[in-house]
Design a protein. Structure first.
Lengths: 343, 292
């Protein structure tokens, strides 16, 4: 309050300018010192070191379990963000991809006795292929169709499993193989997260990423350039669902169980909340969002179903009040100098 | 013969129910192009309010129904003025915001203990009537009658009242309508309020036949969306035709194959329509807009 008064008296306003390094590195890609290299690589190195070293310094298995779940959720959030911000498709049913991955991995493991290093790749490719095929009919349309259809599928698959009692029915599949030891368990998901994070960034800067973003911005224009919009969208859905299917398979093996909760609303709403809170379309936003939201919701476990209410309210608040998310704030702080100047 | 008559009558009941829950969603989308993903949540909220009015506050049935419809309409209007007005035109944000609010409402209701099958509403009139050997209770006849009256009312409303004409004007061309002095924001808020009130109406008429269960929120939303896609988003005649198609095929499936396969029918219908004619049965004028 005091500061505002002072600002008004003196007629000050806040000025923001890009840091010199930022301006230079953005425009001419010329780095002249280790300091500048560190400026660019710093956040990445911090992220990688954090993910790799956290398991070493957390002897508590409960904290470690939450860390693993957070990484898996971050992969889901990344894939949701990829789908919405680069392909322009709003998915309300990432639980579909998640559940398919989980169920495929679990059935291959429990019924056919496949080892874990085979079930997870099979679940990734199989889950992605099935999801893409299921969603293919509505990829030719724009508008709310995609959201509607993705919302319908998980609910429907739950009904089908309940009605026909296949794949364990309402009880789920219980005798899924667990991970051999905790190092594999932790580092599998950490490395998968790092690969998806840096892989997506690379992908978006390649030609294919540009085409995908162009489809989001103006599909008619892309079509006029002789590019098949539907197949590129299908590719986007395939990539996104492959990532989420991995998370599903991983969580199935982690809990050594897969059941109807795998298709639950939580897995659809969490990636949305994490992405919106973190910052949509930034790739690092969903990561930050997940690492904020999942531990927080774990701490609020006592609230039970009210946790989802909190997620959803947070979502509304952010989408109405701060649609660009936390990440844009952090980026601003990192890349810009702020100072008060006289008007 | 008996079987056929049974399918005919109960198919009509099911179709009326489907039309009742979908008209509100279709109307809102048709007028202001805003998908109200909180439609199902408002439906269940209305049933909940009537139950509270009857059992906790001891109000009369008709008064609780009026209160429920008014509250739903109010929430719909507030939804626009509070949330949607700030994200209007950004489809992703509209969908996410309304969906999130729907989750808030449903989970709060669930938190206060409304799930399972132990809560019900009394029918308007007790009793059954027998038509050609088929017994049907009065409440189901009321459902059919309500749907017919509602369609009639909507037709008169959109063709012969100033507000209804304003709705149609905004739906057809928002910019021209604004030049003619129609307030786009007001119309959008009213259309949301109207759609929500229709969801509440569907709830108070249909709930006496089943129970109040928070799971119904998603079902109602799904039905509304499926019917609207099948009939063509925003087309009222399309909603009626699609309700008849889905309603009768559901009843046929449940008599011939088994009731647990009822839910497969709408999904199959939606896949077929998306492949064959994506803009729906009556979505002609918007056909080009929606196709990539």
């Amino acid at each position: 309050m005091h500061q505002i008064k002072e600002v008004e008296e003196k007629g000050l306003r806040k000025e923001r300018i890009d840091r010199p390094i930022k301006a230079r590195t953005d425009d001419i890609y010329f780095l002249s010192s280790f300091r500048e290299i560190l400026y660019l690589l710093g956040p990445r190195i911090v992220l990688i070191l954090f993910l790799l070293l956290f398991p070493v310094f957390s002897p508590n298995p409960y904290v470690l379990r939450i860390f693993e779940l957070t990484c898996a959720s971050a992969i889901i959030a990344l894939s949701w963000d990829f789908l919405v911000s680069s392909v322009g498709l709003v998915s309300l049913g990432h639980a579909l991809f998640f559940g398919l991955g989980g169920y495929i991995a679990a059935s291959f493991s429990a019924y056919l006795g496949f080892p874990i290093f085979l079930t997870i790749p099979i679940a990734m490719v199989g889950g992605a292929a099935i999801s893409t095929l299921l969603i293919l009919p509505c990829l030719r349309l724009r508008g709310i169709y995609f959201a509607l259809v993705t919302l319908i599928y998980p609910l429907l698959l739950v009904r089908v499993i309940e009605a026909t009692a296949i794949l364990g029915g309402t009880l789920g599949i219980t005798d899924v193989e667990g991970f051999p030891n905790y190092l594999v368990e932790v580092y599998l998901v950490v490395i998968a997260l790092l690969i998806s994070f840096f892989g997506l960034r690379r992908l978006l800067n390649e030609d294919i990423g540009m085409v995908l973003r162009a489809i989001r911005d103006n599909d008619q224009m892309v079509r006029a350039s002789g590019i098949n919009v539907t197949s590129y969208r299908a590719l986007g859905v395939f990539i996104s669902s492959m990532m989420t299917s991995f998370a599903g398979a991983y969580v199935a093996h982690l809990y050594m169980f897969v059941g109807l909760p795998h298709f639950g609303l939580d897995y659809s709403i969490f990636p949305i909340a994490a992405t919106i809170v973190g910052g949509i379309g930034t790739i690092s936003g969903p990561l930050i969002g997940s690492f904020l939201l999942l531990p927080a919701s774990e701490a609020l476990r006592a609230l039970g179903p009210l946790r989802i209410v909190l997620y959803a309210l947070l979502l509304v608040v952010f989408i109405v009040g701060k649609p660009e998310g936390i990440m844009s704030y952090l980026q601003r702080k990192y890349h810009q100098i702020e100072r008060w100047i006289e008007v | 013969m008996q079987e056929i008559l049974n399918v005919l009558i109960y198919g009509l009941v099911q179709s009326s129910y489907l039309a009742l829950v979908s008209i509100g969603f279709s109307l809102t989308y048709g007028i202001s192009r805003m998908p109200n993903f909180a439609h199902g949540a408002l439906y269940i909220l209305a049933a909940f309010i009537v139950w509270i009015g009857l059992n906790v506050l001891g109000l009369t049935h008709i008064f609780s129904i009026l209160v429920a419809i008014l509250i739903a309409a109010g929430i719909g209007g507030l939804l626009y003025w509070g949330v949607l007005i700030r994200v209007r035109g950004m489809e992703a944000s509209e969908i996410i915001a309304t969906f999130a609010l729907s989750i808030v409402i449903v989970e709060l209701i669930r938190y206060f203990g409304f799930f399972g099958t132990s809560y019900g509403l009394p029918p308007f009139f007790e009793g059954v009537v027998t038509i050609g050997g088929i017994t049907i209770d009065y409440q189901r006849i009321i459902v059919i009658a309500t749907t017919f009256l509602l369609v009639l009312f909507l037709w008169v409303f959109t063709h012969h009242t100033k507000l209804g004409l304003g709705f149609r004007a905004i739906a057809q061309d928002e910019h021209v309508a604004m030049m003619l002095g129609i307030d786009s924001d007001l119309m959008a808020a009213l259309s949301l309020a109207f759609g929500s009130a229709l969801a509440a109406l569907a709830a108070v008429v249909w709930t006496p036949i089943t129970q109040i269960a928070s799971e119904a929120a998603l079902n109602v939303l799904l039905y509304a969306m499926i019917i609207c896609i099948l009939g063509g988003l925003g087309s009222t005649i399309g909603v009626l035709i699609a309700s008849l198609v889905i309603g009768y095929s559901q009843i046929l499936t449940s008599t011939l194959i088994g009731p647990e396969y009822q839910m497969i029918v709408p999904l199959a219908a939606i896949l077929v329509i998306l492949i064959v004619k994506p803009s729906g049965i009556f979505g002609k004028q918007k056909e080009l807009e929606e196709r990539v």
